[in-house]
Design a protein around this ligand. Structure first.
Ligand SMILES: Cc1ncc(COP(=O)(O)O)c(C=O)c1O
Length: 444
């Protein structure tokens, strides 16, 4: 181990191959988090860091909540693990029931995974299995969207719309995939407050794809209602409604990837509720357990479950599952999390803070480099002008300086994404804006 690979915790950094990280640069100048409580992290050098990102869009109820910690710890002592194949345990069924009670009408079945990526691949398989069960096994094409992020499984990167997530893997993708255009257009929509007024017609590209490919070959359309990972892209008014109508017209399933938007982020239980558009399948993760234990899920229309089950005479109906599907610790964490969301009215709280959030974020319009501000619920994207020949450099420098100034933000390209825990206090909204304004003043 070399001296410059040591840090203030005296932990050697060489061995871990870090995900989605510039490993060599990080290990030269690490940013290490040591503990967390409520709205704050503490860095390994003892600084308080205001969490403007809910960790990674996960920690909607704030960090290290006693109720969740206690539930996990009690469950670890009671039953640490239970096999999920041909066996079950009550907590997983209880959790599925609780979730169905929160979902838009029609979504009545829950399949547990361990992550958003797994939820996405599971939902894609469900779509194929459903069509096959109904005698439409030629429906194998998936339609994703440019700038979509659906995790990192081969299914997810295929339907996702991020080139860099594919380039290193020699084109080994799902074979039948097409993409819709994304909806981000600064010329028409810069500095929109809430949903942009322009852009619903972009959904009509789906009709064109249907005409090109033939409706009878298309299994499903998958979109994030609000795209987070590619820089907070808010759907234009009427856009999701149009996608829904076109899917209905052609017997195509609509999948909403709500890994980021689920569990209160938009001031409603799910984006589906906020926008009044119900998908046929929905993927979630992150806020499901407040990030405390890995867990994801797919919510399915009841008749999708019925069709797949009824297609099999006896025995296993869906050849898919994970060793840790419905893990007892994750179930305990999720149930305690749902209790907290409900008891503290956190989704309504997010809705009640939206106006202040919007005002504070849009005031950053006057800060240096800002070319767009967009917001919905407790999410905002602050897009910066890229440096000539160095896309992403200014965004990354801003992210690093925010951390040095006591704010955890998220950066994608030159967009700073903010999504604080829903327990944020009004004064902390102003603090986020103030740190970001100062930092932008110091970034070249
Ligand atoms: C919309 C969306 N889908 C899927 C994923 C993948 O989730 P995970 O990282 O838990 O696999 C993410 C992660 O950020 C996401 O934002």
């Amino acid at each position: 181990m070399t001296a410059n690979l040591m840090n203030d915790t005296q932990v050697a950094l060489d061995a871990q191959w870090m995900p989605f990280t510039a490993n060599r640069a990080f290990k030269r100048a690490p940013r290490l988090l040591a503990s967390a409580k409520g709205m704050h992290y503490r860095s390994s050098d003892g600084r308080r860091i205001l969490d403007g990102a809910a960790g990674l869009w996960c920690v909607n109820a704030g960090h290290c909540r006693d109720e969740i910690v206690d539930a996990i710890s009690a469950q670890a002592g009671e039953m640490d693990y239970a096999p999920p194949f041909q066996m079950g345990h009550p907590l997983a069924f209880e959790l599925a029931d609780r979730l169905v009670a929160m979902l838009p009408a029609g979504l009545e079945r829950v399949f547990f995974t361990n992550s958003g990526s797994e939820a996405v691949d599971t939902a894609l398989k469900m779509a194929l299995a459903y069509h096959r069960a109904r005698g439409e096994s030629e429906r194998v094409t998936f339609i994703g969207r440019q700038r979509g992020y659906h995790g990192v499984g081969f299914g997810g990167i295929s339907v996702g719309g991020i080139e860099t997530n594919r380039l290193a893997f020699s084109g080994q993708l799902l074979p039948h995939v097409a993409h819709l255009p994304h909806t981000h257009d600064l010329e028409h929509n810069a500095f929109s407050r809430g949903q942009p007024a322009w852009g619903a017609q972009l959904a009509d590209a789906l009709e064109t794809l249907v005409a090109d490919q033939g409706a009878a070959t298309i299994a499903a359309v998958i979109v994030e209602p609000v795209a987070g990972s590619t820089g907070v892209l808010i759907p234009p008014t009427g856009y999701l409604e149009r996608l829904r109508a076109i899917c209905d017209r052609h017997g195509i399933l609509l999948i909403f990837d709500e890994v980021i938007t689920g569990f209160g982020r938009l001031g409603a239980s799910f984006a589906a509720e906020r926008f009044g558009v119900t998908p046929d399948l929905m993927t979630v993760a992150k806020g499901l357990t407040n990030g405390a234990v890995p867990m994801g899920a797919v919510f399915a229309r009841r008749d999708i479950y019925d069709a797949v089950c009824d297609a099999t005479q006896s025995g296993v109906e869906f050849f898919h599952g994970y060793t840790y599907s419905g893990h007892p610790l994750a179930c305990a964490a999720a149930l305690a999390t749902l209790d907290l969301y409900e008891r503290e009215g956190l989704f309504a709280r997010a809705a009640s803070l939206e106006q202040q959030w919007e005002t504070a974020m849009h005031a950053l319009r006057a800060a240096p480099h800002v070319i767009d501000v967009r917001n919905l619920g407790l999410v905002a994207g602050i897009e910066l002008a890229p440096r000539a020949g160095a896309v992403g450099a200014r965004g990354f420098e801003t992210f690093v300086k925010c951390f040095e100034h006591g704010l955890l933000a998220r950066v994608t390209g030159d967009t700073i994404a903010l999504s604080p825990p829903l327990i944020i206090e009004p004064a902390q909204i102003d603090e986020i804006a103030s740190i970001l304004r100062d930092v932008l003043g110091s970034v070249s």
